[in-house]
Ligand binder design. Sequence first.
Ligand SMILES: Cc1cc2nc3c(=O)[nH]c(=O)nc-3n(C[C@H](O)[C@H](O)[C@H](O)COP(=O)(O)OP(=O)(O)OC[C@H]3O[C@@H](n4cnc5c(N)ncnc54)[C@H](O)[C@@H]3O)c2cc1C
Length: 453
Amino acid sequence: MTKRIVVVGAVAAGMSAASQAKRRRSDAQLVVFEKGSDISYGACGMPYNLADAERSIEDLAVLTPQQAIEERGIDLHLRHEVTHIDREARQVVVRNHDSGEDHSEPYDALILATGARPRTLERLPHMDHERSLVLRTLQDGRKLKPLLHKDARRAVILGGGYIGLEMCESLQRRGIQVTIIEKTPQILPGWHTETVARVMEELKDHEIAVHTDETVVGAEQAEDGSLAALVTSSQKIPADLVLTAVGIQPNAELAAAAGLRIGASGAIWVNQYQQTSDEMIWAAGDCCEAYHRILRKNSWLPLGTTANKQGRIAGANASGESLRFRGIVGTAGFKVFDLEVARSGLSLEEARKEGFEPVMVTIRQRSRGHSFPGGAPVYVTLFADGPSGLLLGGEIVGKDGAVLRINTLAAALAAHLNVADLQGMDLVYAPPFAPVWDPLLVAANQLIKKIGK
Ligand SMILES: Cc1cc2nc3c(=O)[nH]c(=O)nc-3n(C[C@H](O)[C@H](O)[C@H](O)COP(=O)(O)OP(=O)(O)OC[C@H]3O[C@@H](n4cnc5c(N)ncnc54)[C@H](O)[C@@H]3O)c2cc1C
């Protein structure tokens, strides 16, 4: 009998899952329901696309619906929202947003890839104005891009996380003056103060105003209805565009209503086979948790890289395989103007909360060989557990050769290496790429001195 695999959601995790399942079981029927009108687009590229007036926002689509149907053999339904899961009957209720009608669809295996949605401040006065936007979906990008072509001059970005920082560069490249408002005492909450200091310097050099410890009260509208200002508890900032980037929350309600286990983070609980608490339902991507290799338990760090990997595994397993998701170590990176910023592992605060006794160093070393042109300082913050020497995490920031160095640390963290293992690593030395003592090795040397082992 033909196996019927139903997938809910058609972006990174959903389309990875559907494509993988179809590839492994060409005889299976792959039915995908997506409540929006777009599939498989690269949201991660949106800040760079928006920065470029010449590029169409449609360039971000990785796969068209037609390609998914004709080339991958997927039975794709756009503007179809799954509103209910009947686990006993193994069927879902689907609402067709064009006809407004509901119908039931049976499944043998179900994959939830419902993603996440942005937190908004729409309940505050005038924050629902048409020039007060969020950036999550391709549709959000379609709304924002024409405003940048037209008359936006002064923008306020709410949130000093990586999306807010990437967008401040994009908007400034479009000739827009940018102010960042952050609720907590520092931008990049959870990152180390040394890294934050470098990012703040970069923002200052590019004339980006940053106000931390500020609470948004609402927006202000001019008499003609245009957006006039963003108002915080302490000041009014003139603005004709407001971009809210204050975090996201998992779309886990469908799973919760079906009685599936929800993790402590609020996202869907899964095991390493991407199975939910119902063995015939898998989940992948931003809607669910991920196994964390350092914590040895689940956590929620929603990123595209994880969504693709988990989607692949959920798709393979729903089609009969038994593949295990190896887990994350919390690796992330981004660029703000000329500065590369990356981290991997736990934050100091997380490490302490988990009962470790972190010892930390920050070092500065050149990115390339002595006096080789093009080099720049690289700052490495590295920390390990004092009693055991186990590596716990680190951050790297600099204008040359910073982000990709984090991959060495990510591999060391995934392998549960200690700081002495890192110190002894055979890393490349070649003047165009690295000095004889790579910045990571210098940091490991210093950390060993401090730990005393
Ligand atoms: C500006 C920006 C920059 C980013 N940069 C990076 C980066 O550099 N690196 C990185 O790793 N990640 C990055 N990310 C994060 C990355 O884009 C997400 O982690 C990824 O999109 C998650 O994919 P997903 O498929 O799990 O969820 P989503 O992309 O949220 O897709 C879920 C889909 O499910 C649909 N859906 C939800 N509920 C239902 C339902 N009941 N029925 C039918 N359909 C439903 C939704 O309409 C949506 O289309 C960035 C994100 C943004 C917004």
